[in-house]
Design a protein around this ligand. Structure first.
Ligand SMILES: NC(=O)c1ccc[n+]([C@@H]2O[C@H](COP(=O)([O-])OP(=O)(O)OC[C@H]3O[C@@H](n4cnc5c(N)ncnc54)[C@H](OP(=O)(O)O)[C@@H]3O)[C@@H](O)[C@H]2O)c1
Length: 428
């Protein structure tokens, strides 16, 4: 039997908010029968009443006063899909303090000021749910937190930004230059006019912090994540990588190192045989490695109004059941993670060097590598004369050693220019 409706207050009605309105209003009877809860949209806050929307909202439901939605005694549950830190932070805090569960899709908010919000949720004994904040429509948070609750997770590798995955796919498959692939992504609406948050890895960094927090049960914030974007990757790097059996992906990597956690985002070379190598265009996927479960991968649409709204709706149903049952179903880690210093992280590296085309060049370069105990796993020489390049893949080495190697290589007379440095994941 379905109880009285749970009354929903929605903050924001853009891509995700409008998607949620559609899912809530298309066939409410069927949704109630399927979910066991009747959800009623009672208030919607937007920035501008004049803006044209993909969904029709009754006049008495819409307002520009978001605070009034949060404090309305007729609102039982609040959904925040405004984005950014303020006013979202203040609104979410006010809702939680008023004892109302909150569902949010806002990774920026959680990765930066999540601790304050989770404390407020715990103090009020209500849910703060955020499935849609990582991987859009892909269920990630709930599988990690619930299905894998007993699993000791060792590493999580994620393609969690669709814009950069689209750009890298075009560079790989059509040989496009970075700038052209970015322009194409912008014309298709995959990239913002200012693409910095995506291409420089900020968006993936916030998601990496959230994934690491849930996977390892210790609190990781955006500032803990080492971050490099894809704007320095060239079509030539991607072509060399392909010839050596690799693809280049922007990966969010969270791993346990002893009792510490290393979290980073950077362009990474993956063997073509790795399941993540097959994730093309704007799709997302997260590859999880656990001690008992082994390897598993979750794949799907990491963004888009409807896929993201689907994840928000799942949380909304969950929060509504918990509210009816009289409380919160979740706890979120409070203890701060001990972060493994980035210069101690060990990796294999790809290095492209523009070099003089004459005898003895390789010898001089190897001598520098040997000084820092960096050994070579594969090497190719490309081009002749002015075009001569040395492409190297190293064995595992600490970041500190590779940075010291680069500094010395810069001083070598036979090295004209040091190209991209990429981390490589694969068999040692
Ligand atoms: N889009 C995706 O695919 C996706 C995927 C995963 C997660 N997310 C996250 O979901 C959230 C929303 O994203 P979105 O793409 O839906 O954003 P969006 O299209 O820009 O929509 C934002 C909405 O918030 C409203 N708004 C802004 N300031 C407001 C204020 N002060 N008071 C009340 N309403 C306000 C806007 O009103 P107006 O309509 O009047 O301008 C708009 O309806 C973000 O945190 C984003 O990171 C999005």
């Amino acid at each position: 039997m379905i109880n009285a409706p749970v009354r929903v207050g929605l903050l924001g009605c853009g891509n995700v908010g409008a998607g949620l309105v559609r899912l809530l209003t298309d066939d409410p009877e069927e949704l109630a029968a399927r979910s066991g809860v009747r959800l009623e949209l009672v208030r919607v806050a937007v920035r501008s009443l004049a803006r044209e929307r993909r969904v029709t909202l009754p006049e008495d439901v819409v307002t520009t006063d978001a605070e009034a939605v949060v404090t309305d005694p007729d609102v039982d549950v609040v959904v925040e899909v405004i984005g950014g830190i303020e006013p979202a932070r203040g609104l979410v805090l006010a809702a939680l303090k008023a004892g109302k569960p909150v569902v949010t899709a806002n990774k920026e908010l959680l990765a930066n000021v999540g601790a304050e919000l989770f404390e407020a949720a715990a103090a009020a004994g209500v849910d703060l749910l955020f499935e849609a904040s990582v991987g859009g429509g892909i269920p990630l948070i709930r599988p990690l937190r619930e299905s894998l609750a007993g699993e000791r997770i060792t590493r999580v590798l994620g393609i969690v930004n669709g814009t950069t995955n689209y750009i890298l796919t075009r560079m790989t498959e059509a040989g496009a230059a970075y700038a052209d692939a970015l322009a194409e992504a912008q014309s298709l609406g995959y990239a913002e006019r200012d693409p910095t948050a995506d291409v420089e890895g900020f968006d993936a960094g916030a998601k990496a912090a959230i994934l690491a927090t849930i996977a390892f049960g210790v609190r990781v914030v955006a500032g803990d994540v080492y971050r490099e974007g894809i704007s320095g990757v060239t079509a030539a790097d991607i072509a060399y990588a392909a010839r050596m059996g690799y693809v280049v992906k922007l990966l969010a990597i969270a791993e346990r190192v002893g009792d510490e956690v290393a979290v980073r985002v950077h362009p990474t070379m993956l063997p073509v045989t790795h399941p993540l190598a097959a994730v093309r265009e704007s799709f997302n996927a997260v590859f999880i490695e656990g001690e008992a479960v082994g390897e598993l991968m979750l794949y799907g649409r990491g963004a888009g109004g409807l896929p993201t709204a689907s994840a928000v709706l799942g949380d909304l149903i969950d929060a509504s059941h918990n509210l009816r049952a009289g409380g919160s179903g979740r706890t979120t880690p409070r203890e701060r993670a001990r972060i493994h210093p980035v210069d101690e992280i060990c990796s294999q590296y790809y290095l492209s060097l523009e070099v003089a085309d004459r005898p003895g060049v390789a010898r001089d370069i190897f001598a520098v590598l040997a000084t820092h105990n960096v050994s070579i796993r594969a090497m190719e020489q490309e081009g002749l004369g002015e075009e001569a390049r040395l492409i190297l893949i190293t064995h595992l080495a600490p970041e500190r050693a590779i940075q010291a190697t680069l500094a010395d290589l810069r001083d070598l007379e036979v090295v004209d220019r040091i190209g991209t440095l990429l981390r490589v994941i694969g068999e040692e």
